[in-house]
Design a protein around this ligand. Structure first.
Ligand SMILES: Cc1cc2nc3c(=O)[nH]c(=O)nc-3n(C[C@H](O)[C@H](O)[C@H](O)COP(=O)(O)O)c2cc1C
Length: 164
């Protein structure tokens, strides 16, 4: 059994969560930024992590999601400025699922991740960004230890599904 943990991260939040997920996996495993993933073959499960951008996956990741092979087991994780468990991150994960149409989704997970205050201030002025940007003002301590612990638990749950 083999797992790949791959992620895209601009300011380190998603990478931090990816590392926590990777640590919690106790089967053969590989850790790679999405840019370095050349082959999908040979993995029983691929964990894919991304920062939510404009209510969805970052545009440059769209080909990666579309390219996930038929029937490939995947688990999605993300970080986002908006409140955890709310409609906004849920929508972004649904977009990701919509792109990875051929893959088999074994789980989704998201936690908050801080955004640069200058980015928040600038985007808050744009109607399409206001909702998340307002919520993101309170995300400055995330992802925190509790978020990472929940990420490890998520990873163990997904692995249990394929190992069971
Ligand atoms: C251009 C841009 C767009 C963003 N759009 C959203 C969004 O729509 N919803 C949200 O909750 N957070 C949004 N964020 C906040 C990021 O998702 C959050 O800070 C994330 O943890 C960044 O992850 P990273 O450090 O791995 O890049 C946005 C951030 C940037 C820079």
């Amino acid at each position: 059994m083999k797992a790949l943990v791959t992620y895209y991260s601009e300011t380190g939040n998603t990478e931090k969560l990816a590392r926590a997920i990777y640590e919690a996996i106790h089967i053969e495993k590989t850790f790679l930024p999405v840019q370095d993933v050349k082959v999908f073959e040979g993995y029983d499960i691929i964990f894919v992590g991304f920062p939510v951008h404009a209510h969805s996956v970052p545009a440059k990741l769209i080909p990666f999601f579309r390219g996930l092979p038929n029937g490939q087991n995947i688990a999605l994780f993300c970080t986002h400025g908006s409140l955890r468990g709310g409609q906004l991150p849920k929508q972004a994960l649904e977009h990701a699922i919509g792109l990875a149409t051929r893959a088999k989704i074994l789980g989704t997970f998201g936690v908050r991740g801080k955004a640069d205050i200058k980015v928040i201030d600038a985007l808050m002025k744009q109607a399409e960004h206001r909702a998340w940007a307002e919520e993101a003002q309170g995300a400055h301590e995330h992802p925190n230890e509790m978020d990472l612990a929940d990420g490890r638990e998520f990873a163990r749950g997904v692995i249990a599904k394929i190992a069971g």
